[in-house]
Design a protein. Structure first.
Length: 199
């Protein structure tokens, strides 16, 4: 049973795990895409300067391992039996996140409760003018502001948000279904040394 958040000071969180359900907010999406994302989840792990994001569906899995101390990322993709790994240095990370550079958040008076936390609605605006909605709790402040680059200017933890595909044709919605503030195992951030083809 979710605990109710009461008025209190914000808590800086250096370790946590958040599970999100993924849904498509786009009526024009192909039946194949809808089917491939049916039941898909995203799990975000934060541990100090490291973060991990796993997007898991019935057809594939996509993992990003970030290390803000070394300014590097590793991307793992599994499609069927095929496994791929990519290494991103600081310049490649910037390029990958270019569309989120300069994102601004405007908080409104709209609120909703997610997992017992009162969340404020913010409208994110990208430099190209794209808008999307975010509900965040100001009671939980990630110590790692770049666990997800798009939220580095957000004054709290995102528990529900929209984001668009890079081509702008599809809108995805992520809604938190579980949050755990217990320490995350260091092994979650281990980088595979074999079994993956380098891309």
């Amino acid at each position: 049973m979710p605990r109710l958040a009461v008025a209190q000071n914000a808590r800086v969180v250096s370790e946590c795990t958040i599970v999100y359900n993924l849904s498509l907010e786009d009526g024009s999406a192909s039946p194949q895409m809808v089917q491939s994302l049916n039941g898909a989840t995203k799990v975000v792990y934060i541990k100090g300067a490291k973060s991990r994001s796993d997007l898991i569906s019935s057809n594939y899995s996509f993992t990003i391992l970030n290390n803000n101390k070394t300014d590097t990322s590793v991307i793992l993709r599994e499609i069927g039996n095929a496994k791929y790994i990519s290494y991103l240095d600081a310049n490649k990370r910037l390029e990958k996140n270019k569309r989120f550079e300069g994102v601004t958040f405007t908080t409104s008076n709209e609120k909703k409760t997610i997992l017992g936390y009162e969340c404020l609605k913010a409208v994110a605006k990208l430099s190209d003018g794209t808008l999307y909605n975010v509900f965040y709790t100001p009671l939980l402040i990630p110590s790692n502001k770049e666990y997800e680059y798009q939220f580095r200017n957000l004054p709290g933890l995102a528990l529900e948000y929209e984001t668009g595909s890079e081509d702008g044709k599809t809108t995805y919605k992520f809604t938190a279904t579980k949050i755990n503030l217990m320490p995350v195992k260091a092994a979650m951030f281990d980088i595979p040394t074999s079994g993956y083809r380098i891309l």
